[in-house]
Structures are given as C-alpha cells and as structure tokens.
Design a protein around this ligand. Structure first.
Ligand code: S3P
Length: 438
C-alpha cells in the first residue's frame, strides 16, 4: 500500500509558476465513445491517460474498436462494434460503466460489465431503469454491478424525467437514443455538464436543448442519426485543477497559473464559490477550443471567508466538494453546503470520508444526510487519513497537508492515477512537497 505525505518543512515555500492540468476526464471518455460510434477515424489530442479513461478505451477495444496512440494523438477507427468475448471490466470508472451500458443497450450487444469494489457499490439502477423503458433487457445485482445487457431488438425513444441530476444518466440515455426509433426526450431537474450534447453536435448530429420552467433543462434528440469522425482537443480538467487552485489559496505567498483549463459554466461552480469566499481567482485569456470555453486560471493566496454554497450549484461542482471542504477548513467562519446527497454514492461516501478525515486533522465539522458544515481556522493536520479507494479524497488530504501545522498522511495513493497520474509531480513543479514515505 502506498503511503504518501504532504510534507511541510521550515522553508515551506509559496507555490509559484505555470502548469497544466491533465485532460478533462468527462470529455476524454466521451471522445473515445463517440469516436467509436462515428464513421471514419477520430483523432483525439490531450486525452487524459488516467486509469478510468484507459478502462473505457479497453472496453471499446473489447467491442472490436481499433484504438491506437501515435505520439500525442489517439486514433479511434469507429463504426464497427461487435459483442465482446469476455465481460467488460471498468475498474473504478462510473462514467465508463454507465455510458457503455447505454451503448450496449442501444447497439443490441450482449455483454456483462463489472468493476472494482467501489464501482460495485454504486447505483446502476438509475441508468438501467430508463434503458429498460426504451426496451432494453438487463440483469443486475439489485441495481448494482455486475450487470449483463441482453439484446432485445431495436430500442424506442422515450420521454424521461430523471429524478437525479446526473450527466451520466443523461449521457447513457442519449447514447442509447442514437440507436432508437423515434425521438428521445430527457428532462433533467437541474442542468448538468453538457459535454455529450456538445460532442454529439461536434460529430454532426442535430440535438435540441431548451430551458424548462423551474430551472431544469430538456434535451431532445432524434434516433438514427449518423455520426461522422472529427478531431477533438481535450482541455484541462477543472476538477483536477481545483486541487492546484486550492493549494495556492492556502499556501501563503502563492501565485500560480493553470493553463488551458475547461471553463464550461456547468463545471465552474467551485471557482464561483471561491470568489464568494473572497479568493483571488481570475480566468485569463478566455477562448473557445474544440467547441468548449477554456481559460488560464490564475490563483493567488487569499484570506478566505466561510460561505453558504447554494444547493442549485451542486451539479456544477459535484466532484469539487471534497477539496472545497479542505479550503473551508482554512477560511474564517463557517462554510455550509446542502443538497449534496449525491456525494454519498460517488467513488466513496464522500461526506463520510471527508468528515472523518477532517475531524482527525482537528477540524470542527458536522454532516447530515445531504449537507456539511465546516468551521475554518488553522487546521492542525497530523493524521493518517483513510481514502476508501477514492482519488479525490486522497488528493484533498494531500493538498491540505501542504499548509497544515503538521503533515497529513494518506493510507493509499494508487487511486490518484484514475484522474491525475502526475499529481505529486505537478505540485512539485509549483514548489510543493508531497512525498512517498513507504
Ligand atoms: C460525470 C458526471 C458526474 C461526475 C463524474 C463524471 C460525467 O457524475 O461526478 O465524475 O462525466 O458525466 P453524475 O453525472 O452521476 O453526477
């Protein structure tokens, strides 16, 4: 088991310099999947070469898709899918598993899917229910992996009102909808990340998106459309950049720039919250690349105040609450967030993982079913924190340890490779020190 420590020393330096964050995980999965569905050869630059995305690439290869890396370009030869010989193993990747379920159901491909212990504990019924309404057949373990998709003829488009705000559910239904007869209409209770919609358009499909009364959104999509191969440039992942931004905010004297970060408004809730807390965060050189807005994110150490994060912001920062709770533990006063019950079904129960770890580091924290309250100050650190196979919990506590009075240790760092393989090296390029002690 890898044990790593965020080590503070006497010369504890400010973080400075320019770095890039790894490619966006959500866009990377989708680029491979839509590349596999499109006619012709799709070229992808900047793909996240993290374990989650490589699992999706492996599953697509098992479905007969040719995927190759040539220097920095990934090439996907799409349009030919066949049932796999063996079960598909998606490791830790919820996005990979759920989106590929949509693909299997739509494409009428018989296959079983499985994952690691964390993925086996996560709800899959939220995807299987709409797919079954479309006519698919599936066998699951009470709504969990392993899941088998059984071919059941052509699916039909449905009108589905999703009870959860989940881009993964939306994407699985839209991918299945591509193969279905008629129109698929998906209502989401609050807007979630729209990379699937943008990418369908980039691959030549026509898709309609409109705001619904009450703050939700409706996506309408006609089945049977052909996708044609394209070139995708994957921008830096704002969810990974969040750890670097947080490190700079809590380390006195820091001034860093994270170049080329995706700033799609459905992904920037964390940065809006930092601004509310009084953080000096600016988006510089804003531009559009590959159909997505990007910017260089400059972050300077700041005095922070606790805030109430509105529940309607949850979808736009769902993966950033663990690192937000770390930032909040350095702020003046209380930070509260509510409407985040989804955190209980991520790679770990993130409300519980953060509550236990923060408390062990001397932070005053309380949680309920779907909320958390953190009282900030000058956290002591000095604990070994259990990460529960969750990459974002590991990176949150290592970031915290850069600025606590005593170093913070985490029990395992292997999962960090799922989304940010060069995390410790990137912190080191900025002048921070995370080191392996065993
Ligand atoms: C993702 C959507 C989010 C997010 C996950 C990636 C995606 O999950 O937590 O890391 O790529 O669609 P939900 O859509 O289930 O909230």
């Amino acid at each position: 088991m890898a044990v790593e420590k965020a080590q503070k020393d006497v010369s504890m330096s400010a973080l400075t310099g320019k770095v890039t964050a790894p490619g966006d995980k959500s866009i990377s999965h989708r680029a491979l999947i839509f590349g596999a569905l499109a006619e012709g050869e799709t070229k992808i630059r900047g793909l996240l070469e993290g374990e989650d995305v490589l699992r999706t690439a492996g599953a697509l290869r098992a479905l007969g898709v040719e995927i190759e890396r040539e220097k920095e370009v990934w090439r996907v030869a799409g349009g030919k899918l066949s049932a796999p010989e063996k079960p598909l193993y998606l490791g830790n990747s919820g996005t990979g598993a759920r989106l590929i379920m949509g693909l299997l159901a739509g494409g009428g491909l018989a296959a079983s899917l499985d994952g690691d212990l964390s993925l086996r504990s996560r709800p899959m019924g939220r995807v299987l229910e709409p797919l079954e309404m479309m006519g698919a057949s599936a066998i699951s373990q009470d709504g969990r992996l392993p899941v088998s998709i059984v071919p059941n003829g052509q699916l039909k488009g449905i009108e589905y009102r999703s009870p959860v705000a989940s881009a993964q559910v939306k994407s699985a239904v839209l991918i299945a909808g591509l193969f279905a007869s008629g129109v698929t209409t998906f209502h989401e209770p609050t807007p979630t990340r729209d990379h699937t919609e943008r990418m369908l358009a980039a691959f030549g499909a026509s898709i309609d998106v409109s705001d619904a009364t009450g703050g939700g959104r409706v996506v309408t999509f006609k089945g049977g459309q052909r996708l044609s191969a394209t070139e995708i440039i994957v921008p830096g992942d704002p969810s990974s950049a969040a750890f670097l931004a947080a490190a700079a905010l809590i380390m006195p004297g820091s001034d860093i720039t994270i170049e080329n970060v995706l700033v799609n408004p459905h992904r920037t809730g964390f940065y809006n919250t930092l601004e509310d807390m009084g953080a000096d965060v600016t988006f510089e050189n804003e531009r559009v690349s590959g159909g997505e807005p990007i910017a260089d994110v400059r972050v300077r150490h700041s005095k922070l105040n606790g805030v109430n994060v509105p529940p309607e912001r949850a979808a736009s920062m769902i993966d950033e609450y663990p690192i937000l709770s770390v930032v909040a533990s350095f702020a003046k006063g209380e930070t509260r967030f509510a409407g985040v019950g989804e955190l209980r079904v991520k790679e770990s129960d993130r409300l519980a993982s953060m509550e236990t770890g923060l408390r062990a580091c001397g932070v005053n924290v309380e949680t309920g079913d779907d909320w958390m309250r953190v009282t900030g100050g000058a956290p002591r650190g000095g604990a070994c924190v259990a990460t529960h196979n969750d990459h974002r919990i590991a990176m949150s506590f290592l970031t915290m340890g850069l600025a606590t009075k005593e170093p913070v240790t985490v029990d395992d760092t292997r999962m960090i490779a799922t989304s940010f393989p060069d995390f410790a090296e990137t912190i080191a390029m900025l002048g921070g020190n995370i080191r392996q002690s065993i």
